[in-house]
Design a binder for this molecule. Structure first.
Ligand code: NOJ
Length: 543
């Protein structure tokens, strides 16, 4: 099967399914749910980091790349998961956090103890630059008692690795090969477009939202070498790069197949349309015009340049998309299906974040004590220091915290949503009595889950979905996002109404007799001037 027909499901292991009752999800918990994932129809599971880690940034602070954190299980259990996955035709993608390590990693500890060989693994400087950490504050911290500073673009406990050093690169290549030998068929490379730093580090020239170290030309070389030395040796392997503040031009370069860098890229521009002046901790209504413009630009440009997008609206770093884009009180189901349609019928690989397939929503936490995430805690402090009332600061955290999507998966309406028999590490969302897998199963064909099943199967049965080009349709429509896909003699028109207000849209003549491939309403009458109901999504096919 071409990778373009595959759908990837993201599991946040801490929150998926706990079998040893410690309140934290585990590998055996994932194994137990393989039949569920098969039923949904996905092909690959991306696991957020499961390596030993002090968990300051929930596993993105790795202290050993070549082992499994006992929190999640053992290496034997990991191997069993891969093996059993095969029986269900499910492959695994691991998270490779190669930009930084935890300061508890042996390399950093040795560097700190004075070992010059390991000091060259990091960016240690006498004079820091003006760079700020992505989690707030200075990106440089004192390097022990030396009077020098080490670079951490993320948390102070996440030290950036010096990719200029060939020994570092070789060590990291070994890590990727180690997991390839375990049968891993996918890699998600964390913030990989910031690994390439200059020898002489410079201050940020202007604050244009794209810091100095982003998308440096050398990063493309590093990715080519990484490809050559590791996953490029196995044509079945799928890779995705997480790209921070990137450009479409760079993403074409990262993914154009003849360049042998990565299979696809994640970018985040479309999830910043509810940021005021680029500031995440604000809560304006989302800017639909901008969202549409971004989808069209990335769709058309990547299509023309032969690049490949990874498409998603939810992940472990984002609040739930339903709360951001949909009037969730009244239209949770229609909204969830509309958003899923535009992701799954787009040109690129669709990602489903656990719980999205049953329409999970933000948890509505009531106190700052409910939050665990380091970024949310820092942001709260910062907002209060900036002069916001505690109430207002909290309201913003409630809307934007990453913990919104990290709450335990909702399996049943029993205690802790059937996630654990212990005490969950993060509170379960208050919505679990109504929103859970069991309830979805009871709704049968009417469920959001069943709609996802249909979308996943469509990608496997229609080349126009997996292979077709992308073209914007009616880009000026005030409430519809629409696009055309075409492949050989097939054409697909996808229409999504982003609002609860009914609207009309003109169909191209040829689609009036088109076949309804999917529709989240059952009584649609197709006509030249088509009426779209609240959050309606419909795809029409012509040959
Ligand atoms: C991106 C990851 O998705 C996020 O969760 C993490 O905090 C940062 N990279 C740093 O590794």
């Amino acid at each position: 099967m071409s990778f373009k027909e595959k759908v990837i499901y993201q599991i946040y292991p801490k929150s998926f399914n706990d079998t040893d009752h410690d309140g934290i999800g585990d590998l055996n918990g994932i194994r137990e749910k393989l039949p569920y994932l098969r039923e949904l129809g996905i092909d690959m599971v991306w696991l957020n980091p499961v390596y030993p880690s002090p968990q300051k940034d929930n596993g993105y602070d790795i202290s050993d790349y070549l082992a499994i954190d006992p929190l999640f299980g053992t290496m034997e259990e990991f191997e069993a998961l891969i093996k059993e996955g095969k029986e269900y035709q499910i492959e695994f993608m691991l998270d490779m956090v190669l930009n930084h390590v935890s300061i508890e990693h042996e390399w950093f500890q040795k560097a700190l103890a004075g070992d010059k060989y390991y000091q060259d693994f990091f960016y240690i400087r006498d004079e820091p630059t003006d760079w700020v950490s992505k989690f707030g504050g200075n990106a440089w911290a004192p390097f022990g008692e030396t009077g020098k500073y080490y670079l951490h673009l993320y948390d102070i406990t996440q030290a950036d690795l010096n990719w200029r050093n060939p020994v570092v690169r070789e060590e990291l290549f070994k890590v990727v090969r180690f997991w390839m030998e375990k049968g891993v068929k996918g890699f998600r490379f964390d913030v990989i477009n910031v690994i390439g730093k200059d020898e002489v580090l410079k201050d940020n020239p202007v604050d244009d939202g794209k810091p100095e170290y982003t998308d440096k030309p050398i990063t493309h070389d590093y990715l080519k070498w990484l490809n050559q030395e590791t996953f490029g040796r196995d044509p079945e392997i799928i890779t995705v790069g997480e790209m921070s503040a990137t450009t479409v031009e760079n993403c074409i370069l990262y993914t154009e197949p003849n360049r042998h860098e990565l299979t696809m890229t994640f970018n985040f521009h479309h999830l910043k349309v509810d940021y005021e002046n680029g500031d995440k901790w604000t809560t304006p209504a989302f800017d639909f015009e901008e969202l549409k413009r971004l989808f069209h630009t990335w769709g058309e440009e990547m299509s023309k340049g032969n690049g490949w997008n990874a498409w998603f609206l939810n992940n472990h770093d984002q609040p739930r998309a339903l709360n951001r884009f949909v009037s969730v009180e009244n239209y949770r189901k229609q909204g969830a299906e509309m958003l899923a349609t535009l992701i799954h019928l787009n040109r690129g690989t669709p990602y489903i974040y656990m719980g999205e397939e049953i329409g999970m929503i933000d948890p509505a936490f009531t106190s700052m004590n409910d939050y665990v995430d380091i970024e949310s805690k820092n942001a709260y402090q910062m907002l209060v220091e900036k002069g916001l009332s505690e109430q207002e600061a909290f309201r913003r955290i409630q809307a934007k915290s990453r913990d919104n999507s990290r709450t335990p998966m909702q399996w049943t309406n029993e205690k802790h949503a059937g996630f654990t028999e212990g005490t969950p590490w993060l509170k379960v969302s208050a919505s679990y009595p109504e929103i859970n897998v069991e309830a979805a199963k009871n709704e049968k064909e009417q469920s959001i889950f069943a709609y996802y099943q249909r979308l996943i199967q469509l990608r496997k049965t229609h080349l126009v979905i997996s292979e077709g080009d992308y073209q914007a349709y009616a880009p000026e429509h005030p409430q519809v996002y629409a696009f055309l896909r075409s492949y050989r003699d097939e054409k697909l028109l996808v229409l999504t109404n982003f609002y609860e207000k009914t609207t009309k849209i003109d169909l191209p003549e040829e689609f009036v007799e088109g076949k309804r491939l999917i529709d989240n309403y059952s009584d649609t009458v197709i006509s030249k001037e088509l009426t779209l109901k609240p959050y309606q999504a419909i795809a029409l096919l012509v040959k």
